[in-house]
Design a protein around this ligand. Structure first.
Ligand SMILES: NC(=O)c1ccc[n+]([C@@H]2O[C@H](COP(=O)([O-])OP(=O)(O)OC[C@H]3O[C@@H](n4cnc5c(N)ncnc54)[C@H](OP(=O)(O)O)[C@@H]3O)[C@@H](O)[C@H]2O)c1
Length: 294
């Protein structure tokens, strides 16, 4: 029996696992690939076999008390079949007592730049956000049917080591100019890992928490500040109307949504002190030479 199981034990999961391993707890993780499993074992994380894309998650065994679910939904459609497969496993195998799920702030849809707290009714627009909303609702039904305790984290854009738009900046791709650019929200990956642990330890059952550093900015400002920090040229500006030709469909779908995330519930109830409370602090903590080498 593991103390913690992390489904989708990638960048965030490995940081959460390190926290528990340092505290002397046992952790198991699920990834799909064989090299991914080797990487887990090298860090002292037991690697589980399974694949959420297959019915009953390809024979996944859930032998643990507490579960983090960090795997993303599939790339297509509006349903999260991966969560559906996981729930089948949990129901068949006396699943965990408590589950922390990483969702996204995309479930709120476009909010016209308004401040958004957890009371706001989700109105997901993009298919990727609709898949997340589907996952949230499936997990809620699992909880309501007596499955176990559930805490949902609606997470903003993750940045940090290896998670910066440097390639985009080097290519000189344009961004939409300031007045037309949407608000975006961020959280440093190290702080997100701390929030995940705090949510497992202190999050209230059945609650949703917005996870961001509480300092939204426009998308163009974000790219400018990263460019300045790494000595790269600021990206050229275009108008929104030109965006459809110059930007990828994925980027355009982000441009169609603007909101400012209220993170006060996270700070108050989870008691997390952010190490990187704004973008300036997060960038200052990065090693430019190391990032440039990635
Ligand atoms: N990027 C953002 O700004 C952002 C914002 C909000 C939320 N999120 C979400 O936050 C979560 C954690 O992020 P992260 O950076 O830690 O992601 P990550 O490094 O990509 O890790 C995701 C993990 O899920 C595993 N996985 C994917 N499909 C699977 C399947 N069918 N069966 C089993 N495992 C599977 C992957 O395994 P393999 O490596 O073997 O494929 C990987 O280890 C993700 O769900 C992400 O979508 C991201």
């Amino acid at each position: 029996m593991f103390d913690q199981i992390i489904i989708g034990c990638g960048e965030v999961g490995r940081r959460v696992a390190d926290h528990y391993l340092r505290a002397g707890a046992s952790v198991a993780g699920l990834v799909r690939s064989a090299p991914g499993r080797s990487a887990l074992r090298e860090r002292g994380i037991t690697a589980l076999e399974g694949d959420l894309d297959r019915p009953r998650a390809g024979g996944l065994r859930i032998n643990g008390r507490r579960l983090f679910h960090f795997a993303p939904p599939p790339r297509e459609g509006v349903l999260d079949t991966r969560v559906a497969h996981l729930i089948d496993v949990l129901q068949a195998q006396a699943g965990p007592r408590r589950l922390v799920y990483i969702s996204t702030t995309g479930v709120y849809g476009d909010c016209g730049g308004a401040w958004v707290d957890e009371q706001r009714q989700p109105r997901p627009l993009a298919p990727r956000a609709r898949r997340r909303w589907d996952a949230e609702q499936r997990l809620r039904r699992w909880r309501e049917a007596g499955g176990g305790e559930l805490v949902i984290l609606r997470v903003a854009g993750i940045y940090g080591p290896g998670k910066l738009p440097l390639e985009r900046l080097r290519k000189g791709l344009p961004v939409v100019r300031g007045q037309e650019a949407p608000y975006t929200n961020r959280i440093h990956i190290e702080d997100l890992a701390r929030v995940c642990v705090a949510a497992m330890e202190r999050g209230r059952d059945g609650e949703v928490y917005n996870v961001s550093d509480g300092h939204p900015g426009t998308m163009s400002d974000y790219f400018d500040r990263v460019a300045d920090h790494f000595g790269l040229p600021r990206p050229p500006r275009i108008g929104m109307a030109e965006g459809a030709d110059a930007l990828s469909p994925g980027m355009m779908s982000y441009m169609a949504e603007s909101r400012r995330l209220d993170n006060r519930k996270m700070l108050r109830e989870l008691g997390v002190e952010l190490a990187f409370p704004d973008l300036g602090a997060g960038l200052a903590g990065l090693d430019p030479e190391r990032e440039a080498m990635r």
